[in-house]
Design a protein around this ligand. Structure first.
Ligand code: C2O
Ligand code: CU
Length: 433
């Protein structure tokens, strides 16, 4: 794949990076035939979709792995509109070129915009002399637990520290040589052309393995309209912070001059962009433009859901405490002191209002993702946004509520791929009375 100024050997869906977008309408039956030509078994997870459990793509839990040479037909209804994505759920495959956007439209939604731009941000190292499997084994071999404030020291070949005040300190475990927007480095960025003054609906996604992105257009405020597919009270912001697995939709007005829509790798040294191009003209000086994006970005956990999608007021029937721990002893990330075991988890019953309390006792942030449901963040002053992935900062207790309305065995895990693979995953288990 040509990632812009550099060709890398990687794994991909159908020869494109990102994969060809899948677009459906709310209520559609989606059918995707997967043929595995990779050298490893794989599965596909449909991130953000409240789908039937046996199509969720989690090996052992919801389906057998799809062997090299084998095929599998995914077929499910997409019940909710929104900006979602797909990626593998085996090993560290997500940190290769295997990802794409899954957009579900709602024909009944008023479309108050002229054009749409989907941008997937990614951190990239595959095929640059390193690959994600090796990075994980280096992280494990180097035993980061022995090094407090370990950010970026292990498995990197470099010694940069990744620090971010926004993320509460440590910004990552892995140093990446490249950051991509829609599969391209900033050296060979993609352009998006639209008439100046037109209203653009941005659909922003972070499929990074270990990187959060600060996303925005310098000097052009956005209005945030959706988090993880669900509408919020429209909120103006200079920029927005997107953790791994998170999505935000926002409206911007097309500028008069070419300007970059940046994803700045938060706490790391790098960035990617798509150039908003209203006509002719050259891009501005990129480092200077990036420096302009220094205002504090919106933290989406604080934005309330739109009335129309708020969970009905109700106190929880069951509360589960998930204490996030690690990386002791040797690059092990845990939930309630245990690493992932598909046979273990947290029982819920159909019809219950469930509260999860993510209690982060580590010195690193974790974007916690729940399969098959969209929870509502419990805000300090009332309902927060509807989300399926939410950043839990170091030392933070984040509470989320959801209605148990989709029976099955559902993973909940850190969307840092290295943390997930090092144990920080567990199961929400529907049980019968
Ligand atoms: Cu986007 Cu369990 O993952
Ligand atoms: Cu994590």
């Amino acid at each position: 794949m040509d990632i812009g100024g550099r060709t890398v050997s990687t794994w991909h869906y159908g020869g494109e990076l990102p994969a060809r977008e899948i677009r459906a309408r709310k209520g559609d039956l989606l059918r995707v035939q997967l043929r595995n030509e990779l050298p490893q078994p794989t599965t596909v997870h449909w991130h953000g979709i409240a789908l039937r459990n046996d199509m969720d793509g989690v090996p052992l839990l919801t389906q057998p792995e799809i062997a090299p040479g084998a095929e599998f037909r995914y077929e499910f209804t997409v019940p909710d509109a929104g900006t979602h994505m797909f990626h593998p759920h085996v090993g560290t495959q997500l940190d290769r070129g295997l990802y794409g956007a899954l957009i579900v439209e709602d024909p009944a939604e008023p479309a108050d915009y002229d054009a749409e731009l989907v941008v997937i941000f990614d951190d990239w190292l595959d095929g640059t002399g390193r690959d994600p499997d090796r990075v994980l084994s280096e992280l494990k071999a180097n035993g980061m637990g022995a090094m407090p404030g370990h950010g970026g020291m292990a498995g990197n070949g470099g010694m940069q520290m990744s620090r971010s005040d926004l993320l509460g300190g440590d910004a990552g475990d892995v140093t990446y040589p490249y950051f991509l927007a829609n599969g391209r480095t900033s050296e060979a960025a993609r352009s998006f052309e639209a008439r100046r003054g037109s209203r653009i609906r941005l659909r922003l996604l972070n499929i990074g393995g270990d990187t959060s992105f600060r996303v925005g257009v310098p000097g052009v405020p956005m209005t945030i309209t959706h988090t993880d597919g669900f509408p919020v009270v429209p909120t103006r912001a200079e920029a927005v912070l997107l953790g791994m697995g998170e999505r935000v939709d926002a409206i911007v007005t097309m500028p008069d001059q070419p300007l970059p829509l940046f994803g700045l790798a938060e706490g790391k040294d790098g960035r990617a962009h798509v150039l908003l191009q209203p006509g002719a003209g050259a891009a501005p000086d990129l480092p200077a433009a990036a420096a302009q994006l220094s205002a504090r970005p919106a933290m989406v956990n604080a934005i309330p859901a739109a009335e129309s999608v708020r969970l009905p007021n109700r106190s929880p029937d069951v509360t589960h405490e998930l204490t996030l721990g690690g990386p002791e002893p040797v690059y092990t990330w845990t939930i309630n002191k245990e690493v992932y075991d598909p046979a273990r988890g947290f029982p819920v019953r159909r019809g219950e209002r469930v509260r999860l309390r993510f209690n982060n006792t580590t010195t690193m942030y974790h974007p916690m993702h729940l399969h098959g449901h969209t929870f509502q963040v419990v805000g300090p002053a009332g309902p927060g946004p509807r989300k399926d992935t939410a950043i839990v900062l170091p030392g933070q207790l984040l509470e989320v509520d959801f209605d148990a309305d989709n029976p099955g065995q559902w993973l909940t895990h850190c969307h840092n791929i290295y943390h997930g693979e090092a144990g920080m995953m567990t199961v929400i288990q529907y049980v019968e009375d």
